[in-house]
Design a binder for this molecule. Structure first.
Ligand SMILES: Cc1cc2nc3c(=O)[nH]c(=O)nc-3n(C[C@H](O)[C@H](O)[C@H](O)COP(=O)(O)OP(=O)(O)OC[C@H]3O[C@@H](n4cnc5c(N)ncnc54)[C@H](O)[C@@H]3O)c2cc1C
Length: 500
């Protein structure tokens, strides 16, 4: 297949790694990147651990060159006003985006790919001279727009305004800094990525932004940053910044775009990375997904069979993992969007809630890696009695009187089916009104016997609890006790109910 001519549109992680891997296999590869290589963009990004390991298996040299520019993140600290709590977690590294792109660009060129930097490409212009067009032109992909009807593309806006800034700070941990202002809560996601440099990304809710007199998109011209917002945020985060200022790099309030496509290829064109799918930045996995797409696509194209088979094999390999991550990212963005409802939980409980927000990590795993945080959550919900559960199963301490049998629940709770009710939405908000007049009875949320449905029920339960005045129980499918204990430790539900 090496007589195949490949054109790649976009020199982000997806496009550059694809160019490198395919050029190494002997394909003729030309990559177009619209930006000048000296232009900077976006400070640092978190690179999820498995990215480097997967790369090492297919291209050990590339992994060897990328690893030294990554700063391992071993601790996560949550600061709320004057308090702070931490957990150990070795899942990711911080890496300067420009450093990563430079390294990938060198690797692609060394493998024989032709890089046309500073040249924007349009799919209709490059398609004639190519056998395969790899569309890796990012979240705003023009190529995807051109193919939208054929690939079933959808782009939705996530209503969480964010601004990507930087700061010169010596931090030894990924730091989530939460500040309540008269306008609302502002969250700084502060990630060190080397030499005292940090990405300082801030998000909030639209009402807080409006109340502060700030707006999405405001700023000076095309190249400038929103200086008014930078100054405002520097004051909000002064306790962390000290004398330092927040750094801008075309920094303005934006909103994240969630991209999904029913298919990732059409004719000779294939979509990779953010052009094909995005996952909210609070799960820090976009770069990893882009690199994993590049690896899977290169493997598929280098295998047996024609182009159509390669495109199908790539999609078979990647779709389940991408959709799983998008589901987790959806849960993560909901957690951040609704932070105000749980802001006043004891800090270790809030940190526990944060770590378990996507459903990817549960109590059992955290109890092994971070027993202190689990102990604090157990102590909080068991009135202090079970603080010293060391050596025992923390689930037993937590569940205790909160695990009810179905008969017991029938007496004290009104059953509310909630399948299809999206948590923290108009639908879920209408639930408490519908339940008014039930006196002291609690609410038992029921639904399908699957894990996704259960985790949604827990989120609806948390919302009802936050609204106040009602005891909430959730029907638990068999075998999901860890999820039950996790939900109780995070304050999502009062009770869980099992079939007898
Ligand atoms: C605020 C924010 C924070 C993030 N933080 C993280 C994080 O911590 N960790 C993480 O893993 N991910 C993070 N991401 C996501 C991550 O940046 C992306 O998922 C990742 O860069 C996707 O790689 P890509 O190669 O698909 O696209 P991109 O990196 O966007 O690259 C696309 C490239 O295509 C070029 N291009 C566009 N149009 C054309 C054209 N017509 N011709 C030629 N070139 C073109 C662009 O200039 C760009 O260089 C974050 C995203 C946002 C918005």
């Amino acid at each position: 297949m090496s007589s195949i001519r490949i054109v790649v549109i976009g020199g982000g992680p997806a496009g550059l790694l694809t160019a490198r891997l395919l050029a190494r296999e002997g394909f003729g590869v030309t990559l177009y990147e619209r930006l000048d290589p000296r232009s900077t963009y976006g400070f640092g990004v978190a690179l999820a651990g498995p990215a480097i390991e997967r790369l090492r298996r297919v291209d050990p040299e590339a992994a060897e060159r990328i690893e030294p520019i990554c700063l391992p993140l071993r601790r996560w600290t949550m600061r709320r006003e004057e308090e702070s709590a931490s957990v150990e977690d070795r899942g990711a590294s911080g890496v300067q985006r420009t450093g990563l792109l430079r390294t990938l660009q060198d690797l692609a060129a060394e493998a024989g790919a032709r890089i046309e930097a500073g040249t924007a490409a349009r799919i209709d212009e490059v398609a004639d001279g190519a056998d395969v067009v790899v569309c890796a032109d990012g979240v705003g992909s023009q190529a995807r727009e051109a193919l939208a009807a054929r690939v079933g593309a959808r782009v939705e806006t996530v209503p969480i305004p964010y601004m990507w800034c930087g700061a010169n700070l010596e931090l030894d941990a990924m730091t989530l800094f939460l500040r309540r202002t008269p306008h609302g809560v502002f969250c700084g996601h502060v990630m060190p990525y080397g030499d005292g440099d940090c990405t300082f990304q801030v998000d909030t809710v639209p009402a807080a932004l409006r109340s502060a007199g700030l707006a999405v998109g405001q700023g000076e011209g095309d190249a400038g940053s929103d200086e008014e917002s930078l100054a405002f945020l520097a004051e909000v985060f002064r306790p962390l910044l000290g004398e330092r200022e927040l750094l801008g790099n075309r920094s303005r309030w934006s909103t994240f775009r969630l991209v999904t496509c029913e298919r990732w290829s059409a004719g000779k064109c294939v979509l990779l990375g953010d052009a094909a799918h995005t996952a909210h930045y609070t799960v820090g996995s976009g770069t990893r997904m882009a690199m994993e797409d590049a690896i899977a696509f290169s493997e598929a194209l280098s295998g047996e069979g024609g182009l159509e088979a390669a495109f199908a094999s790539f999609e078979r390999d990647r779709r389940a993992a991408v959709e799983r991550l998008q589901w987790r990212a959806m849960r993560s963005q909901t957690w951040w969007r609704t932070l105000a409802g749980r802001y006043d939980l004891p800090l270790p409980v809030l940190l526990f809630s944060y770590f378990t927000r996507t459903g990817g990590v549960g109590l059992e795993r955290l109890a092994r890696s971070n027993p202190d945080i689990v102990a604090a959550a157990v102590a909080h919900w068991s009135g202090g009695e079970a603080a010293n559960w060391a050596g025992e199963d923390p689930r037993r301490a937590l569940l205790g009187s909160r695990l009810l049998g179905a008969a017991e629940a029938r007496d004290g709770f009104t059953v509310v089916p909630c399948d299809g009710v999206a948590p923290w939405s108009e639908q879920s908000r209408s639930l408490p009104a519908g339940l008014a007049g039930d006196g002291d009875r609690g609410v038992l949320l029921t639904g399908r016997d699957c894990r996704r449905s259960l985790l949604d029920r827990f989120d609806v339960a948390e919302e009802l609890r936050a609204a106040g005045g009602v005891k909430v129980a959730v029907a638990l499918p068999a075998g999901l006790l860890d999820d039950a204990a996790t939900a109780i430790a995070a304050g999502r539900t009062d009770y869980v109910v099992t079939e007898e």
